[in-house]
Design a protein around this ligand. Structure first.
Ligand SMILES: [Zn+2]
Length: 149
């Protein structure tokens, strides 16, 4: 048991050929859940979180959007391609102390996505660093240039 939140969403990988069922995407945020247990979260469902709980799972790039939405980059993997893939999770605060997972979108990550991100998971950062594609280096450079909130 860890503090992971596993996301219940089918995802299409960036090669465009494979749709991975939610049970096999390995899309999760390590340490996001403040309780010591793994949980599954589907779009539309809520989770009790304090704003600081995001810091255990994510590097903060900038303050939340004007509407308080948080867009977070997370990593998953396509079992057919065997390569890291990325997804953008959108969380909406639902007072007093919950966040609702609004959407999960698979993305072929590129630097142009970075300005709309508020959070990047530590797992996604590690994955980008391990890849040798020039593409990933460009995304990392954009992340490093993000103004800190
Ligand atoms: Zn694939």
């Amino acid at each position: 048991m860890t503090h992971s939140v596993w996301y219940d969403a089918d995802l299409r990988c960036s090669c465009g050929q494979h749709v991975t069922r939610a049970a096999d995407t390995r899309l999760y945020s390590y340490r996001l859940n403040p309780e010591v247990r793994d949980i599954r979260l589907a779009p539309g469902q809520t989770l009790a979180l304090d704003p600081e709980d995001f810091d255990d799972a994510f590097k903060r790039l900038r303050a939340p959007a004007a509407d308080d939405r948080l867009r977070a980059l997370e990593v998953w993997s396509c079992p057919s391609c065997g390569l890291p893939e990325y997804a953008i999770l959108t969380f909406v605060p639902t007072p007093p102390d919950d966040y609702r997972l609004e959407s999960v979108e698979a993305v072929d990550i590129e630097p142009a996505h970075v300005p709309q991100l508020h959070l990047v998971s530590w797992r996604a950062l590690e994955s980008l660093r391990l890849q040798s594609r020039a593409h990933d280096a460009a995304v990392l450079a954009a992340i490093d240039q993000a103004p800190l909130a």
